[in-house]
Structure formats: C-alpha cells, structure tokens
Design a protein around this ligand. Structure first.
Ligand code: GLU
Length: 318
C-alpha cells in the first residue's frame, strides 16, 4: 500500500514536471493599445511563440498603464518583463524621483528599443506655439502609471509650474486622448512615444492641430544634467499640420525584466528577437532604424540581465 502510494506520488511528480517543462508562461507589460509599446510586446511575443515547440515558452503582452505600471508589476512579480522609458528605468533602479523609497533593486535591463520624443499636440484654435503657451489651457497630462504622466511632472517641476497652472489637467489614457482633442474637451495632449504612430496620426488628422516644440532653459538643463534624456526632433511632414521639424527632448523605450526571471528565459526571449532581427524591425516603422550595437547599451542604467549577456557574448557583441 505504502509502496503503491509512493509510486503514484512519484508518477504524479513526474507528470507535474513534464507539464512544467511543457509550458512556461511569460508576461510582458506594454502600454495603451494605440501606442508603440503594445507593438513592441506583441512583436516580441510573436517571435518567442514561433519557438514554443522547442523552448516551451508561451508569451503574452497585455495592454497596461505604461512604464511606471510595468516596472511596479515586475517589482511585485506580477509580470516577467516590460517596456519602460529610460528615465524611469534609471529612477526605479536608483530609487530616485517617483521611486524614492521604492528602489527596485532587482530591475534588470535587457535592451533598448526606439527613441521616444516628448510629444505635445495642440488644437490649432488654441494658438499654442510653445510649451509656455500651455499655461491656462486644458491639457491631458495622461493616466497615472504612464511614462508621459511621470515625465510631464518632471517637466512641470523643472519649469516651476504645477498642474494648477492649467485650466484643466485631465488624466485620460493614450487611447482616449486623440478623441478628446478632436471633441474639444482639451486643448493639448502629451505623449512620450515612438514616431510615426497611429495615435498622433489620429489626433492630427481628426482636427486641425500642430505639434508644439518643447524647448528652453529648463529643458536644456534637464538634458544637460541627466544622461537618460537627449534632445530629440520630430520630422516635419510626418503629421498633418506640422510641415517643419519640431524640436523637443526625449528618452529611449527600453525592455526590462527582473533578476528573479531565470537566465534561460531571458536568453530565449533575446535570441528570438535578435535571431529574427529583420523581421522584428519590419513590425513597426518606429523600429526601422534600430541597430543591435546601440540597443545593447543606449538608455540602459540597470545592470544587464545575465541571460541577455550570455546571448550578446555569443554573438560577439560584448
Ligand atoms: N512612453 C509611454 C509610457 O511609458 C508609452 C508609449 C507607448 O505606449 O508606446 O507610458
């Protein structure tokens, strides 16, 4: 009896082990469905899931609130990986700014992706030609949890403003803000996002509007003082109503994970992307100019995950 029991216990264990080896689910935090993070996550999962028969990894990339929400979910162990702006990767790992007292020690960098200019779009009838003109206007500052909302707070601080300087500071998600601009619920919207993207295209084609330069002393100082910011430019002619280049500043979209995620899992994800790099770059126009050698270092401030280092070393990149 005892022997039988032991046997069935052993075979149950064996079954459980086989089942575990059959599937390991990984979740990638993205952003709003109209953004580029969603495409990053979906694209990575698409490539990872082509290899499921050999790797046993099954990848999903749900829509989320954005950078801060993704880092918090990784810190809590609710998600394995996620996309986050380079400024919030830095602050999370160093316990600064929004992450003061909430340092995410186990945050690990995997690679960076596209650049994300801090983008302001305004209705033409609101006559907003510079960031200063936003004072007293109705501005969608973005949903809490998003990178643009947190970076907007940094910008306001740097300018010595608060949200009280706006007639309205709404908290709509990226997917809602183009319509709000078109319906004249707000005068301007903010999005830190890769270009070109459908969301800004929607905003600029539904209502007469223009992109607003984000320049001046406060911005120069932010860029000079912080390695995770850089000057950025949105090319003229990319969106209706803005024929000339628009100067602003920006960050990098980065792909991050936790030290708790096993090396072989991160290795397989990185391998899926870089073994199929041309295919990956074809999945969104914002990925067209990505270069491997920049992606493994630019915008990364948390330590690289060992699983990523293993792949980059094998390829001779490190
Ligand atoms: N940069 C935004 C954020 O951190 C997301 C942009 C996107 O979804 O492409 O929330």
């Amino acid at each position: 009896m005892t022997y039988l029991k032991t046997l069935s216990f052993v075979s149950a264990m064996a079954l459980a082990t086989t089942a575990a080896a059959e599937e390991r689910f990984i979740t990638i935090g993205t952003g709003g469905q109209t953004g580029v993070y969603f495409v990053v996550g979906q694209s990575i999962c698409r490539l990872v899931n082509r290899d499921t028969p050999t790797t046993n990894l099954k990848c999903t990339a749900p829509s989320t609130g954005g950078s801060i929400a993704n880092i918090n979910a990784i810190a809590a162990g609710d998600m394995d990986m996620g996309v986050a702006q380079s400024d919030w990767q830095y602050h999370a790992f160093n316990g600064s700014s929004e992450f003061e007292g909430k340092k995410v020690d186990k945050l690990r960098a995997v690679f960076s992706v596209h650049g994300e200019p801090f983008t302001v779009v305004a209705r033409k009838d609101a006559s907003i030609a510079s960031f200063d003109d936003l004072k007293g206007k109705r501005v969608n500052v973005g949903n809490p949890g998003s990178g643009q909302r947190a970076t907007m707070e940094v910008v306001l601080n740097a300018m010595g403003w608060t949200e009280g300087d706006f007639a309205l500071a709404s908290e709509l998600k990226p997917a809602e803000q183009a319509a709000a601009l078109g319906d004249n619920k707000v005068d301007a919207i903010i999005y830190t996002v890769g270009h070109p993207n459908g969301s800004i295209q929607e905003a600029t084609s539904t209502v007469e509007s223009n992109l607003v330069p984000v320049t001046g002393e406060a911005i120069d100082k932010l860029v000079a003082d912080n390695a995770y910011y850089a000057k950025a430019m949105i090319p003229g002619g990319m969106y209706a109503g803005t024929p000339d280049d628009v100067e602003t500043f920006g960050v990098k979209a980065t792909f991050v994970t936790s030290a708790d995620v096993p090396d072989e899992v991160v290795y397989e994800v990185v391998k899926a992307v870089f073994d199929n790099f041309d295919r990956f770059k074809g999945l969104h126009p914002a990925f067209a100019n990505l270069k491997e050698e920049e992606m493994i270092k630019d915008g990364l401030s948390a330590p690289l995950h060992p699983g990523a280092i293993k792949y980059y070393t094998e390829r001779g990149w490190m």
